[in-house]
Each structure stands twice: as C-alpha cells, then as structure tokens.
Design a protein around this ligand. Structure first.
Ligand SMILES: Cc1cc2nc3c(=O)[nH]c(=O)nc-3n(C[C@H](O)[C@H](O)[C@H](O)COP(=O)(O)OP(=O)(O)OC[C@H]3O[C@@H](n4cnc5c(N)ncnc54)[C@H](O)[C@@H]3O)c2cc1C
Length: 808
C-alpha cells in the first residue's frame, strides 16, 4: 500500500466512490480510497436503487438532478453498467394539502429545469394502472426518475476513478487518525500507515465511529429500513406488454411508500411511523453483507394503505423482504464539508439517498478540497449547520422524527416537536406564560408569536390563525413600542492587539470608530456573501459582531480558518454569555429613558451608536439599531441579568402600549423595509452588488479585504442578478420562498422570502431576478400554489423609505 496520498477517502460505499471519482476527474490522482471490506459493504449493497430529482429544497433537487445526469458519464468512462432504468416518475397526492405541496414542487422545478407536470388521478391511472384513481386527488408526472443497480453504480464510480488514476485499497480498515504538528494526517490502518494532507469521512454506517477517531460526535444515526419484493404479477406483465415499458417509479406520499418494478413483480418500500434505530451507540465493525431481521408487523399499517391505493398488490405473493440500515442526519440532508477546528478533515456522511445525491456530494466535496470552495450553494447539506448542541441524544430524537415523517407534509408554519426544548434563554418560561409559540433555530427556542390563551398554530399553506395577532404585534411596534428577545442571535467578541486589522481584512465594510456600529458584509474570495453582521466597536472591550444564530458554527469555522496562529487576535463566541432584548417603535426611547439614568436622548445616543449604560440595577450594552426599520435599541447583557432587564422594561412600558412581538412580526416589519436576511436573501450564491449591499462595501478603505478583487471585477461586469422586492396580488396565501418569478411568459427569477407586511397591508415577496429585467415594470407575476399572481415591482421600501423613523 502507498504510504502518502494527497487525499485519503475512508469508505467504499457509493458516496466514497463518488468523492474519489470527482477528485480524480478534477486532476487529483494522488487520491486513495480505503475500504475495510469489499466495496459497497455498508448500506450501499442492499439499497433499493431508486432515484429521483424532486426534493422540497431546490438546492438538494439540483444536486439530485446532477447525480442522475452523471450516471451516463461514469458508465461510458468505466464501461461498467449502472443498470440504470429511466422509467419516469409519478408523485401521488391523496389529499388537497399534498396536491398543494406538489404544485409548489412543480413551481420550484421551473427555474431548476426539472421537467414535470401536474396530472389528474385518471392520467395517473393511465401511467400506473395498479393504482385506484379514486384514492387520489392528483399527481405530478416527472421525467428524470427511475432506478439502478446499487452495486453496478458504485463499481462504475470506482472503475472510472481508477481509470483516471486514483487508487483503491480494499480490506483495509482505518483504525486511527492522528494529526501531526504540520497538519498532515497519519491514517493508521490494519495494513500500515498512510500520510495524507486531507482525509474524507465517507464511512456511511461507521461515520460516527470514524468521527470518534478525531474526537467528534457527528450527528448521524442509522435506521432500519424495509422494502419488499412481490412475486411476478400478471398486472405488471400486462402493463409491460401494453406500453412496451417498465412500470413507472412512484411515490405515494400519503401512503408513505415508494414503489417500482423489480423484474416481473413490484418493489415496495415504506417509511413507517413505528421506526427503529439500528446500533444506536456503536456500529459493529464485523457488520458487512448482512441483512436485519424483517418485521412485517411494523410496516403493516403502510401495507394496508398500499393494498387500498394499489389493489393489484392484494393478490401478490411476497417473494422477499429486505431490512437494512442506513444513516440519517437530524434533518435528513447530507453532512458535507470541512469540520471546524480539524484542518484537512472532511465529512461526506449522513447521505440517506446515496443514489440520488451521491454525485452532487462528490462534486461539492472535491471542489471544496481542491479549490477551497464547493462551487455552489451547499448550505442545505453543510456539516456546519449543526453545532455542538446536536448531541447524540438530540440526533437520536430528530432522526426518528425525520424518518417517520419522511413523506409527511411539513407546512411552512409547522414547527416539529422532537428534541425540544433544548437550548432556552432565562426568559423561556416567562415568555411561554405570555403565550409565546416557539420556533427553533440551531436548537434554540425563540418566540414566533404570542397566541391568545388556548390558541395554537393551525398548520396551513394559506394564511393561518396567527394572522390577526401578528398584525396586532406589528401595530404595537409601528404605533407604540414592541419588545423581542434576541438572545438566539450569534454573538462574537473579538479582542487582542490585532483585532482591528484582522476584522478590516475579514469584513468588507469600513470599521466603525469606538462607540459606533456598522453593517458588515463578509465575503468569500470569489466575492460572494458568506455573512452579514452588525459590527460594534466597544473601544477597550474590543469588538462585538452580531449575526445569524443558525450560521454560528458555519461562521466560526470561517473565522477560525482566517485567524492568525500567533494569538494576536482572540475570537470567542458569546452564545451563552450574552443575552439580548430589542425594543422598537416610536415610543422606544421613552421606554428606555424610564429604565436608565443615562442620557439616551436623540442627540446623546444617535443612530448606530452603542454604549455601556446602567439599565435598572444592571449594566448593559445599548446599541441604537433596529431590524424593524423603526426607532429601536438592542440591549445586550449577561444572561444572569436578563430577567431583571425584561421585567423592568415590561413594567415601565405598561402605559406606553408595550407589547411582546415574535419573529413572524419581525419578518413582516423587515419586509416593508426590504431588509434581507441570512440564508434567504444573503447566501454564498450572491454578490453584494446583486444583493443590494454594495453601499456597505468599502472598496476604498485602506486595508485590503477578502473578496475585494472579485468585487472590483463585478463592478465592471455588473453581475448577473438583482435582489428585488415585489408586492404580490394574492388573496389568502403569501410566498414562503423558492417560488418562481415570471416576467411575461418566462421564469426570470426566484423568491427568497416573503410574507404579509401588516403595516403596509400588502403581501410582499423578495427575490432575485435577471439584471437586465430588474428595473422594468413587468409584466411580473409570482407563482403561488399553482396560480400566477400579478406582482408589482416595489422600488422603494414600503415603510419610511427615507429612514426618518430609525434616525429620528
Ligand atoms: C433497505 C435500503 C434501501 C435503500 N434504498 C435507497 C434508494 O432506493 N435510493 C437511494 O438513493 N438510497 C437508498 N438507500 C440508502 C443508500 O443505501 C445510502 O444512502 C448509501 O448507501 C450511503 O452510502 P455511503 O457510501 O454513505 O455509506 P455506506 O454504504 O455505509 O458505505 C460506507 C463504507 O465505508 C466503509 N468503512 C467504514 N468505516 C471504515 C473504516 N474505518 N475503514 C475503512 N472502510 C470503512 C464501510 O465498509 C462501507 O463500505 C437505501 C438504504 C437501505 C438500507
């Protein structure tokens, strides 16, 4: 075995082989895959081999499309058949709510180039005569769906990689990973040692155990999964004879099952509610080409539905039941990318649909390792969407929930209940008593809205029962004063002799002088947005950077990659050492004046200034800034004082019309100011020019900053897209995100977020459109639940376009 490699890939399942293939394809032939057994010896060999493009998340759908389109390439290169059968697909809806979901999926597919169309139950029956059309309200017919041979496909990746010059060692188990002082990895196997610059954990069923070798607990868990194969069925033979084709690949969401033809019979798999984790604590190293004992009772409820929806199955004998384990991350998406604090260690695990997603995972990871960037937006599968809070027990609860809900509808206003509450603020119980309906982000509970007693969210694609209450919360902010907790934001303290110069290079903005704040875009080297923050210069206390709570791990990884190794800059997260409240509205100053003896008059504490002030009996950092676009203040304190501050503000504000508001009201408020938010308007896909953040980029500052050259180039060519705000003509539903934006009869963009702007009284959508059309008056429309709703380009913010309120 070779003793050095640029990259060692651990694991020869479909994912590891795809990573190896992509590395070799991009010229990295000094790549070595180590497999403890034969290739495919984890979950790969017993997969059902189904593949489809459709996914609720457009970025994952793109990845799936790429994966399926790749199979012809690896087949040709390797001369190894993948056994691919492109049968076409049928997604079935037995309820109107599911049909609405399919409409939204179809709409998203439009700008991804996914071919699909909505069909009636009768057309579904024509495509799949095994079904009873009276059980369904409609369906979606797709093109790029089918199935393949899992083993053939994995070997096709492997052979293609070898042909391109990469290497594979089978029966070689990685037993230890040790990082050397120079950052290289000692990969210690049962057959000797390899020194590598990079190691990739593609350990599949053993990804957790490989993680333990580097001291990390990756949030993955294996679940048992069953599918059964029927005896040959005359009905299947009849379809084949009549159409000259195989039976289409179908997903019956309400029956929570998928089915496809397998030889002369049908293969039927289910995601049963009574799901079962496998090897919760330790995957045995001697597990290989074995199957688990089937438990038909567990899937009996799904089979009952199957017999009703597909009556022909009632008479079919069962030839075989397969029960095998495969891994999931807590949200069901892959875990890909570099891991914070472990230079040269990469994850390609938790891939629950290796035959739909494996190609895209390999592409992203190979790009990332070789170019320093995945090359497309991988937020949905970035390993950094989970932090230390995603413990083993959390993962266990969330993976079970995810498995059991794999084919369930998740409504846009639906919060899932498993593993909660996990991270809470000292105000949690107090806010709960006030009616807070909590949402969760990065494991942290934050109020969405404050419901009247006894009222809970009704889940819907349409406006829901929170509408009037959220409107009242918005009204309180616009007419009096509102209070929202901000503890869930990410907060970082940057100190040390070189803190200023380091931030100057990290961030594209001009650094604020002591006592002031600035909006701070952070860019990658290619000039795309990797963060948007508020930066406060606290003088002797250093700098405070405030950003998105869900991106904390993601940003920490980036910060740590950029930190100098000489200790001249110290960056610490203040996740649990700084808590926050924000007050906003025309009476916010009056409220603040009642709880502090300091002078906070308009002239003494100006817009974008920040001070440490006595508030009540404690001391707090008070910054004059507000995401509501109104007069407002953010108040940051030690969590021990949060309750004291909160109670002080609540009692002082009683006669000012003070009201608690949640993130749904905040969304409505920021939409009418056309403020973007991280993971929606601001993502690594977009440049500051495209996102409307160019004015915060200080191209002429004395320090050079990351992404500066790319920004300069883009100013010349103008970029491709523009972020725009639209008022949508809609009755009872608002956009959620990812809906297509039409200009005349063509799709020219996509929605990033939106909702009802209660103060302005209109439905708003923000989204990116082609630059050439961005300033035209239309004809614009936005597709919402299958309808094209006329939309009006909103060129100025709907609320206070000159910013007089927040500066007043
Ligand atoms: C019953 C069933 C049906 C399925 N149906 C489908 C389907 O229809 N479509 C679909 O897309 N997906 C399906 N899947 C899921 C699919 O099988 C997985 O997504 C895929 O196999 C994941 O591949 P992997 O390479 O990540 O992991 P694995 O296949 O588990 O591969 C990991 C490999 O790493 C090796 N390894 C681990 N640790 C070490 C070490 N320390 N040293 C050396 N080697 C090591 C293992 O031996 C193994 O070969 C199904 C799964 C099951 C169980």
């Amino acid at each position: 075995m070779q003793t050095h490699a640029q990259v060692v890939v651990i694991g020869g399942g479909v994912v590891g082989c795809s990573v190896l293939f992509h590395l070799a394809k991009f010229g990295c032939t000094d790549a070595l895959l180590l497999e403890r057994n034969e290739l495919t010896s984890g979950s790969t060999w017993h997969a059902a081999g189904a593949m489809h493009t459709i996914n609720g998340d457009p970025n994952i759908a793109k990845l799936q499309k790429y994966t399926i389109e790749l199979y012809r390439e690896i087949e040709a290169l390797s001369e190894q058949p993948t056994g691919m059968h492109l049968t076409g697909g049928l997604l079935l809806a037995a309820t109107e709510a599911r049909f609405d979901w399919l409409k939204s999926v179809l709409a998203k597919g439009r700008y991804l180039g996914i071919e699909a169309r909505l069909i009636s139950p009768e057309r579904a029956h024509e495509l799949l005569p095994l079904l009873d059309p009276s059980c369904f309200v409609g369906g979606l017919e797709t093109v790029l769906d089918g199935h393949l041979d899992p083993s053939g496909t994995t070997h096709a990746y492997a052979r293609a990689a070898r042909k391109l010059g990469a290497h594979i060692e089978r029966f070689t188990r990685v037993e230890q990973l040790v990082q050397c002082a120079d950052g290289a990895w000692r990969v210690i196997t049962n057959k000797g040692e390899v020194r590598a610059e990079h190691v990739v954990n593609a350990g599949g069923l053993w990804a957790r155990e490989v993680g333990h070798m580097v001291g990390r607990e990756h949030p993955v868990l294996a679940m048992e999964h069953m599918y059964l194969i029927t005896d040959d069925m005359p009905e299947v033979a009849a379809i084949n004879a009549a159409t000259g084709r195989e039976v289409v690949h179908a997903v019956d969401f309400d029956g929570e099952m998928y089915l496809r033809q397998e030889r002369g019979g049908m293969l039927l798999g289910t995601y049963e509610k009574a799901c079962k984790p496998w090897s919760e604590d330790q995957t045995p190293w001697n597990f290989g080409h074995e199957l688990l004992t089937p438990d038909i009772d567990r899937i009996a409820p799904s089979l009952e539905v199957a017999f009703r929806h597909f009556p022909a199955l009632q008479g079919a004998g069962i030839r075989k039941v397969v029960n095998g384990p495969f891994t999931f991350a807590p949200d069901g998406n892959p875990l890909v990318g570099p891991v914070r604090g472990l230079k040269g260690y990469w994850c390609a695990c938790g891939v629950m649909a290796g035959f739909c997603q494996g190609g895209g995972v390999g592409l992203a990871l190979a790009n990332w390792i070789l170019q320093g960037d995945p090359g497309f937006d991988v937020w949905a599968m970035d390993v950094a969407r989970f932090g230390d809070w995603a413990s083993k027990a959390y993962t266990n609860a969330k993976v079970r929930e995810n498995y059991a809900r794999r084919f369930s509808i998740r409504f846009p206003n639906e919060e899932l209940p498993a593993a909660r509450p996990l991270r809470t603020s000292p105000l949690y119980e107090r806010l709960k008593q006030a009616g807070a309906q909590f949402g969760v982000a990065a494991g942290f509970e934050a109020p969405l809205w404050y419901a009247p007693p006894g009222v809970r969210d009704t889940f819907s694609w349409h406006r829901s029962n929170d509408f009037a209450t959220v409107a009242a919360e918005v009204r309180a902010v616009r007419e009096a004063v509102g209070l929202i907790e901000t503890t869930g934001y990410a907060k970082y303290r940057i100190q040390g002799a070189d803190a200023g110069p380091w931030l100057d290079r990290l961030l594209a903005c001009r650094l604020p002088p002591p006592g002031r704040m600035a909006l701070a875009p952070m860019l990658k080297h290619d000039g795309r947005l990797i963060g948007d923050f508020t930066l406060a210069n606290l003088g002797a206390e250093g700098y405070l950077l405030i950003g998105s709570g869900v991106a904390e791990e993601y940003h920490l990884r980036w910060f740590q990659q950029q930190l100098p190794g000489d200790g001249s800059v110290a960056l610490t997260t203040q996740a649990s050492s700084l808590a926050g409240l924000a007050i906003a509205g025309p009476r916010a100053r009056e409220l603040l004046e009642r709880v502090t003896k300091a002078d906070v008059s308009a002239g003494a504490l100006r817009f974008m200034e920040i001070r440490r002030l006595p508030v009540g009996m404690s001391s707090a950092l008070v910054g004059r800034v507000s995401y509501t676009g109104d007069l407002g203040y953010e108040i940051w304190c030690d969590p021990a004082y949060l309750l004291h501050l909160f109670e002080g503000l609540m009692s002082a504000g009683q006669d000012l019309g003070l009201r608690l508001f949640g993130s749904r009201a905040l969304n409505a408020l920021r939409l009418e100011k056309a403020y973007g938010s991280w993971a929606h308007e601001y993502r690594p896909l977009y440049s500051p020019l495209e996102a409307g953040l160019q004015r915060f980029v200080a191209l002429d500052k004395s320090a050079s900053f990351i992404g500066q050259a790319a920004v300069r180039r883009e100013l010349v060519d103008g970029g491709r897209l523009r972020l725009r705000c639209f008022v949508v003509d809609t009755e009872n539903a608002d956009v959620i995100g990812d809906e297509p934006i039409w200009w005349g009869e063509t799709v020219q963009g996509w929605v990033t977020s939106g909702g009802f702007a209660h103060h302005a009284g209109v439905s708003v959508a923000m989204g990116y459109v082609d630059k050439a059309l961005a300033d035209t008056s239309g004809p614009w429309s936005i597709e919402l639940l299958g309808q094209r709703c006329p939309a009006r380009l909103q060129t100025r913010p709907l609320f206070d376009p000159d910013g007089a309120r927040m500066r007043g």
